[in-house]
Design a protein around this ligand. Structure first.
Ligand SMILES: [Zn+2]
Length: 237
């Protein structure tokens, strides 16, 4: 019998969207989803997974989606022409929402789920502290000017990715692209010294212009782009 991917109970299982379904509902023109593991083609509807019980889905996870919906309204649904924003965030809710999305994504790809599973009590809000330290970062994707058509090519693709290069101390690195925004999370192996983490994050932000979203802050100022729409498209290939 199938059990809920979050609480392990074998209640009636419901549909859970791999990409937030409000992306396609509220912003039809933004509804492009690339699932590299499935067929690498853009889809106009978000893929779904059916292994979450209604209790987890309706009570716990939907609260996180509410937060994601708020961010979508305030940020992701608007084209950015310049990398010059102040992003206001709730570190706890944003991290848990992203972890939920990545865990959902990982289940459809038959990845090793052990790290994601260790985060379930944190995602559900049962544990205040995460099981492993992690660093959350964010970047801005700016449009590419299409010279022949004299048009701006805006990044309108929603996609999840994995950090494939190995970084000292990182057990899992994940990416999420929501239109002009990219989020990255680096989860650290138990016992990775703070100075190693700081050194690696400094290197990443220098190389990529990703900005750390500190746990004790509520806002981050971003003034340099981390990539252009064209390189975001190429990265996805
Ligand atoms: Zn459940």
């Amino acid at each position: 019998m199938k059990v809920c991917a979050y609480c392990g109970k074998s209640d009636k299982l419901t549909r859970e969207h791999i990409f937030p379904d409000f992306f396609s509902k509220e912003f039809p023109t933004y509804g492009i989803y690339v699932d590299r593991m499935r067929d690498d083609l853009p889809h106009s509807s978000a893929p779904i997974i059916r292994d979450v019980c209604s209790e987890c889905n309706n009570n716990r996870l939907s609260l996180l989606d509410e937060y994601g919906r708020k961010l979508t309204n305030e940020y992701f649904a608007r084209d950015l022409t310049l990398a010059d924003i102040t992003f206001y965030y709730d570190h706890n809710q944003l991290s848990r929402w992203l972890l939920k999305l990545w865990y959902n994504d990982a289940r459809t790809h038959h990845e090793n789920l052990s790290v994601y599973k260790s985060f379930i009590p944190y995602v559900l809000g049962n544990d205040i502290e995460p099981p492993l330290a992690f660093t959350l970062m964010m970047g801005i994707i700016i449009p590419t000017l299409h010279t022949e058509k004299k048009q701006m090519l805006f990044p309108k693709v929603n996609r999840y990715g994995k950090v494939t290069e190995s970084i000292e101390g990182v057990v899992l690195g994940r990416l999420a692209f929501f239109t002009s925004y990219v989020f990255a999370m680096f989860i650290w192996k138990t016992g990775t010294p703070r100075q190693i983490r700081k050194k690696e994050i400094a290197k990443i932000s220098q190389d990529t212009r990703l900005v750390e979203l500190h746990r004790n802050d509520r806002q981050a100022k971003i003034t340099s782009p981390c990539m252009s729409a064209m390189s975001a498209i190429l990265l996805g290939r």
